[in-house]
Design a protein around this ligand. Sequence first.
Ligand code: TYD
Ligand code: MG
Length: 484
Amino acid sequence: MARKATTYVCADCGTSYPKWNGRCDNCGAWNSLSEEQAPEGAPKGLGKGKGRRIEFVGLKGKEKQPPRRVTQLAEFDRVSGGGLVPGSASLVGGDPGIGKSTLLMQVAAALAAGFKCAYISGEEAIDQLRLRAARLGLEDAAVGLAAATSVRDIVTTLEGADAPDIVVIDSIQCMYVDTLDSAPGTVAQVRTSAQELIRAAKRQGFALILVGHVTKEGTIAGPRVLEHMVDTVLYFEGDPSHQFRILRSVKNRFGPADEIGVFEMTETGLHEVPNPSALFLADHQGEVNGASVFAGMEGTRPMLVEIQSLIAPSQQATPRRAVVGWDSGRLAMIMAVLEARCGVALAGAEVYLNVAGGLRIREPAADLAVAAALVSSVTGRPVPGETVVFGEVGLSGEVRAVSQMEARLKEAEKLGFTRAIVPVVRGKAGDKKAKRLNTNLTLTQIEHLDDLVVLFGGADGAQGARKGPAEVRNLGPAVGLEGR
Ligand code: TYD
Ligand code: MG
């Protein structure tokens, strides 16, 4: 009898190896390989037999697509791209306790008004689910509840004549297929369970929503292939100590990615926040040194957030750097550029950076706002009040234009800001004249981080390569480009 071959599969990216390794060569994760039985027999290739010919068809179909299943939870519908698509599969990931089960219970209850909904939990007992429903005030919604983990049972149930239109599986890591030896939650189980459920969704035309756990690195646990298999990947995120939660689409085959929906977690579940742009500014204190207001974009929506920094002297050989809500690599880059190109000495200091309110910023457009907060911290001069900042910073210290500048400025104006520190925009590369931006805000347009440092009166011991007022362009209120 042929011996079953053993392979070692990375739980993060799904790459398999013949031998165990401490580190996955493909994705670099440590200690992520686990033992799995390979299917018996090597793949044989196509052999001699001929296949069936495939018919090609045009792009335009005759049959009308069934309409999307709209939840009436506007923030959820926005992120899903206008409602759930029949026959599609979505994956909702997030940290434990962030509110995935709560959100999906509310989504299922909202949809139950017009569709047949099933909520299958592998993690909680029926009583627990009912308790949550009672707390949310949703006991009367016509959602079919079940506690099950066997994919065979679930698929059999969903294939009946009275199949539901919406199926929530909470969570995919609890599901198992009985033909595999490995335990639930392993790569093979997660992959096969998802495959079977997605196949059932395509056959039956129900919209499938899978809940996925998140690893400590923040990606959905189990193989990355899970993200490839589904049509939509949504992340539910937020700082558990704050009440705001953000649902973000990172992949969407039926709508825009990077769109966000904002919710507030309350005693009675998640409530939508329809106008979140000023949400994270609620506690903004005005002129404080080390703080700046970033005018960001989240998908199609502008969002203003406060960025706070603190620089403190350090006694340690490697000073502490802590970042909340932003990329620590990006902070290191901005600090290096400030140090090397503008002579702002940060190397021996402890640096803390915080995006207020629990939002996570991914845009490079925040570079300039971070730099402004840092420089203000170093010089002790606050960023002028009623000022927003945005712009991308390059490695040579140049400040680059970012997308949707006018939308950002417009939102800032709406929220009572009067000034903005922004990049210089040129129509074409090499254009002498800067383009005018359509705004009522007073703009200070800068080309280089040096200009920002000069704006704050220069850092102690600053020795920028481009020192001296003659080299500073587009600076100060008199030189700033006034909008119409
Ligand atoms: P849950 O949906 O169970 O999280 P997940 O499925 O992502 O693990 O949410 C758990 C948290 O939400 C828990 O800490 C309590 C809080 N919560 C509220 O604040 N209000 C509510 O109405 C509910 C149902 C939960
Ligand atoms: Mg849960």
